[in-house]
Design a protein around this ligand. Structure first.
Ligand SMILES: C[S@@+](CC[C@H](N)C(=O)[O-])C[C@H]1O[C@@H](n2cnc3c(N)ncnc32)[C@H](O)[C@@H]1O
Length: 190
């Protein structure tokens, strides 16, 4: 674990802890897989991305984590989701739940196809899509290079061996380290 060196970010954070907790509790009304403590990490990191910055989430499902971040940031939030896994109604729910946010955009596509077309710098990358080694590897190694040295990569399902293997290979290959671990979520910094 490495220490936090977030001074460069603090100027951007305009929300109090109480406001972020309220946002997260609102987001938790949406069914999903991310826990309150994990959503609080995402909300805090999202709040630190400057206006005009970019957050990319892989795997939005019904919008729980998307809304937690969207409520706490003025940055653009892109979500890549192919709505697989029999989640027939998930996209409609995602669209309905994120409808109030003009700074949130959906790219309905397999992330392995999306990464081939991606060109934008990413301030905060949240990887919570397919959990096979191949998918996690593609998401982390494909989008990771677009995250600058002061950005964050957040990986959910760290307890899933294939996800952990892909994230560990990324850290070893490019010198990223775990700076925070909450529940099944890790935050990586370089
Ligand atoms: C665990 S859920 C995401 C949970 C969500 N972040 C939340 O807070 O509830 C995983 C999502 O990733 C999507 N997904 C799985 N494999 C994918 C792939 N290869 N490309 C894009 N999306 C994918 C699924 O459709 C699903 O919505």
């Amino acid at each position: 674990m490495v220490g936090h060196d977030d001074d460069w970010l603090h100027g951007w954070c305009i929300l109090t802890n109480e406001e972020m907790e309220r946002a997260v509790d609102k987001a938790r009304e949406i069914p999903g897989w991310t826990m309150r403590s994990e959503l609080l990490v995402l909300a805090r990191l999202a709040s630190q991305v400057r206006e005009g910055g970019l957050i990319l989430e892989i795997g939005g499902l019904r919008g729980r984590s998307t809304v937690a971040m969207a409520l706490c940031t003025m940055a653009r939030v892109f979500v890549v989701d192919s709505f697989v896994e029999g989640h027939a109604t998930a996209m409609l729910d995602w669209l309905s739940n994120t409808q109030p946010f003009s700074h949130v955009m959906l790219w309905r596509l397999d992330s392995r196809a999306a990464v081939k077309r991606w060109r934008l710098p990413i301030d905060l990358l949240f990887v919570d899509g397919g959990h096979s080694y191949e998918e996690a590897h593609s998401d982390i190694f494909g989008f990771g290079p677009y995250v600058p040295s002061k950005g964050h990569i957040v990986v959910h399902d760290w307890g899933t061996p294939d996800v952990k293997r892909a994230a560990t290979e990324w850290m070893e290959a490019y010198g990223w380290q775990v700076c925070e671990q909450v529940g099944d979520l890790i935050v990586l910094r370089r």
